[in-house]
Design a protein around this ligand. Structure first.
Ligand code: SAH
Ligand code: DHB
Ligand code: MG
Length: 222
């Protein structure tokens, strides 16, 4: 099996089940035109996030790592009327592009973007009494995943779903000696998932147009 096969199977199912629409197309085009890196989730992965949040009946969602708002739009589509989403982004330029994309998608009032390093904006959310969030998506710098997990628990309730992107890293995650700080971040994150009695967790490896990677899923125990 090769990247070529993974990509054509990804495109086959995407065309059938998660076809692009004018709003998602516009978000990706505007992101590319603005020079943002093409590191958003794939269409099928975005739809998976939407379906999970929907199945869970999520009314409040927290996302860490906005980029151009592509995954944000998928997640916002899961919200019922009156639902809300807060997304955290450190790069002002990314946040500006995301703001336009999200507004164009019809979520100007339901989605709030907080600009700043997440490690600084997460404590503010707690101080403001935001949360508990029903669904939390981690997708910013992988080095900080252990910290983001700790903050997620503070901003969660029993039953909260936590999803983390990019935990397999083309298989590099299994190397304890890896010099890659992202790999070390994901490994520490995994150790904390395993050691945390408040969480029940699993990982799903993925292949597709984005290569070989995976998602971690956790539920806060009741
Ligand atoms: N969730 C997006 C992709 C996010 S890419 C999608 O799938 O569409 C990761 C994003 O996290 C980038 O925009 C990057 O600027 C942002 N980021 C990196 N470090 C961060 C930090 N410390 N705090 C907040 N955001 C950060
Ligand atoms: C990178 C970040 C992501 O969230 C992703 O899905 C792929 C790549 C990156 O920083 O390279
Ligand atoms: Mg990612």
């Amino acid at each position: 099996m090769s990247q070529e096969t993974w990509s054509s199977v990804d495109h086959y199912f995407s065309r059938a089940l998660a076809p692009s629409d004018a709003i998602l197309d516009a978000a990706l085009q505007a992101s590319e035109a603005a020079g943002l890196p093409s590191i958003h989730v794939s269409p099928l992965q975005g739809k998976l996030l939407m379906l999970l949040a929907q199945a869970h009946g999520s009314r409040s969602i927290l996302e860490i790592g906005t980029l151009g708002g592509y995954s944000t739009i998928w997640l916002a589509r899961a919200l019922p009327p009156g639902g809300r989403l807060i997304t955290l982004e450190s790069e002002p330029h990314h946040a500006r592009v995301a703001r336009e994309n999200i507004d164009r998608a019809g979520f100007a009032t339901s989605v709030e973007i907080r600009v700043g390093r997440a490690i600084e904006t997460l404590p503010l959310l707690e101080k403001e009494g935001q949360g508990p969030f029903d669904f939390i998506f981690l997708d910013a710098d992988k080095v900080s995943y252990p910290d983001y997990l700790a903050w997620s628990l503070r901003l969660a309730r029993p039953g909260t779903v936590i999803v983390a992107d990019n935990v397999v890293r083309n298989g590099a995650v299994v190397d304890p000696q890896s010099p890659d700080a992202n790999v070390q971040g994901v490994r520490r994150f995994t150790e904390r998932l395993a050691a945390e009695p408040r969480l029940s967790s699993t990982v799903l490896q993925t292949v597709g147009s984005k290569g070989y990677d995976g998602f971690a899923f956790a539920i806060v125990r009741s």
